[in-house]
Design a protein around this ligand. Structure first.
Ligand code: TRP
Length: 453
């Protein structure tokens, strides 16, 4: 018996699930340190422009492909391109990228789980400065007995949700986890901005210093928008494939993009006022979350509690993203190879866990094992974020703008979007046809070092 393909139970369920995919380590870990290193509000403004000009149109394009065909990335392109191998290859590239990203993303997600435990244990008590926290972080991240069980544990949670399916798994989890995430972030923002001396951090986030903006900054902002919105590998396409034709792609996309962007900015307001209040430096890069924040909470009233809350927040944000990554590859295997969902989920979860082992060990026993001068972890991140995602995004938007009949594109996006003016749809279409691919292409060349400005 062929089971009917599942659909989201409600429009809200879809929005929360897709926003859950978007909101992740990218928002809470990466966005704040990029802001800190690249001129505060100036970076935020650039980021907002990238989101509006490239991110939102690309989100709509991906969801549209998925909803129109109701298939996994490879199936979508098979149907729309009439079995053209190049376009099916684009779908397959998305699946491969899914394996790669999940295999290293899950490692960091595991760390955040580990930091909930460290926080509960009170490991950061009496730590006066970030160096000592850095020491603990070094000990943990280089110790395979710490990283591997956490990598396995986080994969277990991810598998458990995907195992239960689209409605009972992803949708139900998102409906519970996303409101919780919003509540936690709200509590932490209020805590941050009400500290004595927080004003300096708020000023830093609101005052734009364009003197430090270069072409590299623009490329960072666009790359971040892409990663943060889960674009370029068919994640939104897969979630879109469970969407009903009655639902509005345009307003849903606006809600998803708005939620993702707001949460990134909130993460800034959660971290910077507190950093400045405690006279710590904003431009600490990736170490910000694991070395500086845990110590920062020591000087905050109620810090023990807020620190635990922060790492729960980070883990929840990561979990709603890892499930979207596992869902993409699961949908592919279930559709294309007719393997039952439950079996496919466990099989794929275990495979990704195994691929992830060298990534998990990249900070410790395998740190000297390098390919092209990069550890496994850095290589996987580089290939996915700098090559495969932009390439996938480029191909997906070029397909919608140039290879799909315009009338079909317009008819499909209009379905379920009654009341949206044709002018808006046209603006979107021409953005996808011209502006988005050109910008992605330029950034692609910049990030590969082919253009240096
Ligand atoms: N958007 C997530 C974040 O910001 C990460 C993520 C989940 C992702 N699914 C993706 C990135 C698909 C690229 C493609 O953390």
């Amino acid at each position: 018996m062929i089971k009917q393909r599942e659909q989201w139970g409600s429009k809200l369920g879809f929005i929360l699930a897709a926003a859950g995919s978007a909101v992740g380590l990218g928002n809470i870990w990466k966005f704040p340190y990029l802001v800190g290193e690249n001129g505060g509000a100036a970076f935020i403004i650039l980021y907002l422009i990238c989101v509006l000009l490239v991110g939102l149109p690309a989100v709509m394009a991906e969801i549209l492909i998925g909803r129109t065909t109701q298939k996994n990335p490879v199936g979508c392109f098979r149907e729309l391109s009439k079995k053209n191998p190049f376009w099916m290859g684009v779908g397959l590239l998305g699946i491969i990228t899914g394996f790669i990203i999940l295999s290293y993303y899950n490692v960091i997600a595991g760390w955040s789980l580990g930091y909930i435990i460290e926080s509960v244990k009170g490991s950061f008590h009496n730590m006066e400065n970030p160096e000592i926290a850095g020491e603990l972080f070094f000990q943990n991240s280089t110790n395979f007995k710490w990283v591997l069980p956490l990598h396995a544990g986080f994969m277990f949670f991810t598998i458990a949700i995907i195992y239960s399916g689209v409605n009972k798994g992803i949708e139900k989890a998102s409906k519970f986890l996303m409101p919780a995430l919003l509540l936690f972030i709200f509590i932490l923002v209020v805590r941050g901005i009400t500290l004595d001396g927080a004003q300096k951090g708020i000023d830093y986030l609101l005052k734009a210093d364009f003197s430090s903006v270069t072409a590299k900054t623009v490329s960072l902002a666009l790359g971040q928008a892409f990663f943060s919105l889960s674009l370029g590998m068919g994640a939104l396409l897969t979630y879109g494939s469970y969407m009903s034709k009655k639902d509005n792609i345009i307003t849903s996309s606006v809600s998803i993009v708005a939620l993702d962007t707001l949460i990134a900015i909130f993460a800034g307001f959660m971290i910077f006022p507190a950093l400045f209040a405690l006279q710590m430096q904003p431009d600490q890069g990736p170490a910000l979350i694991f070395n500086i924040l845990p110590v920062m909470f020591n000087s905050i009233p109620g810090g023990y509690f807020f620190r635990i809350l922060f790492f729960i927040l980070l883990s929840v944000a990561a979990l709603t993203s890892t499930i979207s990554l596992l869902e993409v590859i699961t949908a592919y295997v279930v559709d294309e190879f007719k393997i039952p969902r439950k079996k496919a989920t466990i099989l794929l979860g275990v495979i990704v866990f195994l691929i992830g082992i060298p990534n998990a060990l990249s900070f410790g026993v395998m740190q000297d094992f390098t390919i092209f001068g990069k550890t496994f972890f850095n290589l996987f991140d580089y290939i996915a974020s700098n090559i495969f995602l932009p390439l996938g995004g480029l191909c997906i938007t070029i397909f919608v703008g140039w290879f799909w009949k315009k009338q079909d594109v317009v008819d499909n996006i209009t379905e379920g979007s009654k009341g949206i003016s044709p002018i808006i749809i046209n603006i979107w279409f021409y953005l996808v046809k011209f502006i988005v691919p050109v910008l992605i292409f330029l950034i692609f060349l910049t990030s590969l070092g082919i253009i240096t400005i």
